[in-house]
Design a binder for this molecule. Structure first.
Ligand SMILES: NC(=O)c1ccc[n+]([C@@H]2O[C@H](COP(=O)([O-])OP(=O)(O)OC[C@H]3O[C@@H](n4cnc5c(N)ncnc54)[C@H](O)[C@@H]3O)[C@@H](O)[C@H]2O)c1
Length: 446
């Protein structure tokens, strides 16, 4: 095939895709109907594009087809509207990929037990895409991953079909930055980064996202886009690590860390407040820095800040247990046989996600020390920590007043903190949630 022919074919493929995206005649397939994929599919349906949601989990597909959303950011009503529009189908049938103009991969990227990247879902999705890849398609990886995944892992799989990137199909990386439960920022108003394997692919992918995002920024390669996402989350992990260590240092110094952070935050430039807590959770902040560290280690560099911050953050549950032990000791009690009510087990407020939640470690550590544990969390009806299963109890005056200690782990907005402060004998508040009652003698802060 001559170069001149290539250029012509390339332009045709790109031009056809761009026109199909702009005229909303394209079909979009989203692989992975989770926290990321389902809200993304919603935006494409709203923009008027035919959208196919694909997931290997048949139960998830059935739930969605029955109009039952398991993702808080997409309500049942919104899901019904998607289905009723005739623009949304959900299936576990990978062959549906053959009819898509663009395929977005939004599958999990966890860590293995040894904290190495586990790309099995990305590879599984890549195999499915390869099996149905045809000329004229755009493939975008959205899963958070180490720099090089798109070009070193996905690209060879796709080109093994005989089709060529930049000629027959386009491949790009575009990191997903959604923040589940965030009422202010969603798919539409979070700037979308796009890095294609070649300039034309970047343009094609950027045009797709311009149909649903207010602002799209093009970067020079998939690796830049992959690294940018990891920088964002590594920045958070390290700064939260600093805030956590500051909390420990302030405790040694007898100073209130929350007041210190509020005071430092009065500086109008050069300081961005981060807050301590019982540890970090979720599918992103505790995991993503390890993707970066793993990749860079392969190139012979041992990153330092990532490991230190991760360790500080991972040690916070034990620090919380120390606080509980000390506070109970001060009133002549031991953790053993004390009735401890844990408020919140989700990893962050106002969501029901318990993945990597520090509450799981804290429940387990309390259980091992013989505490009698109850928990309240309107978003998490039941939870397993260690070998023990717990069921949520409603937050009531009776529950709080019968406890020896209330431990605030997740600062859900709906908790009645006034009731807690009025009825609890002792409160350990790891989130500064009860600050407006800070005069109360029964509250100890992280
Ligand atoms: N959750 C977040 O807040 C968030 C934010 C930004 C980025 N991310 C990143 O987005 C990616 C997806 O995360 P998530 O939170 O949506 O995960 P999730 O677990 O909520 O959803 C992933 C879905 O993919 C499906 N799946 C797994 N393997 C599959 C395969 N081979 N084919 C088809 N479907 C498959 C699963 O059944 C599941 O429904 C991850 O890389 C994550 O790091 C997540």
């Amino acid at each position: 095939m001559s170069t001149a022919t290539n250029v012509t074919q390339e332009s045709d493929v790109a031009g056809d895709l761009i026109r199909a995206f702009r005229s909303k005649t394209a079909t979009i397939a989203v692989i992975g109907m989770g926290y990321v994929g389902l809200p993304m599919a919603l935006e494409f349906v709203r923009a008027g594009l035919m959208t196919i949601g694909i997931d290997i989990d048949d139960r998830r597909c059935k739930a969605l087809n029955d109009g039952q959303s398991y993702i808080a950011d997409v309500t049942d009503l919104q899901l019904s509207e998607m289905l009723d529009s005739g623009k949304f189908i959900v299936t576990s049938e990978m062959s549906q990929l053959s009819g898509a103009d663009a395929i977005l991969i939004c599958v999990p990227t966890p860590l293995s037990k040894s904290k190495d990247p586990d790309l099995s879902a990305v590879i599984g999705a890549g195999e499915a895409v390869s099996a149905y890849l045809s000329s004229g398609q755009l493939i975008v990886l959205e899963s958070t991953t180490y720099p090089g995944t798109t070009e070193e892992v996905l690209l060879p799989m796709l080109e093994a079909t005989g089709l060529q990137q930049g000629v027959d199909f386009f491949l790009a990386f575009s990191p997903e930055r959604v923040d589940p439960g965030n009422a202010s920022y969603g798919v539409a108003n979070i700037t979308k980064l796009v890095g294609g394997c070649n300039a034309e692919g970047t343009e094609v992918a950027a045009t797709l996202y311009e149909q649903i995002c207010n602002k799209v920024v093009r970067v020079s390669s998939p690796s830049v886009a992959e690294a940018a996402k990891l920088l964002e989350n590594t920045f958070r992990s390290i700064n939260i690590g600093l805030a956590n260590e500051m909390a420990i240092m302030c405790r040694h110094l007898g100073i209130d860390v929350w007041e210190v952070i509020a005071a430092a935050s009065t500086k109008p430039f050069g300081f961005m407040p981060h807050y301590p807590g019982p540890g970090i959770g979720g599918h992103c902040i505790p995991l993503d820095p390890h993707y970066l560290a793993w990749k860079v280690r392969l190139r012979g560099y041992e990153p330092r800040l990532i490991g230190v911050a991760s360790q500080i953050n991972a040690d916070m549950p034990r620090h919380v247990i120390d606080l509980v032990t000390e506070a109970l000791n001060d009133v002549g009690k031991s953790v053993r046989n004390s009735r401890i009510v844990v408020l919140g087990v989700a990893y962050k407020p106002n969501v029901g996600d318990i993945r990597e939640s520090p509450a799981l470690d804290i429940l387990d550590l309390l259980e091992r020390r013989g505490a009698v544990i109850s928990y309240c969390d309107p978003f998490v009806p039941e939870v397993t920590a260690g070998n023990t299963q717990y069921r949520a109890e409603p937050l009531s005056a009776a529950l709080i007043s019968s406890s020896d200690c209330v431990l605030v782990i997740t600062h859900h907005a709906d908790f009645d903190y006034e009731l807690v402060v009025n009825k609890a004998a002792l409160i350990i508040d790891t989130r500064n949630a009860t600050r407006r009652f800070s005069g109360s003698r029964n509250i100890k802060y992280l």
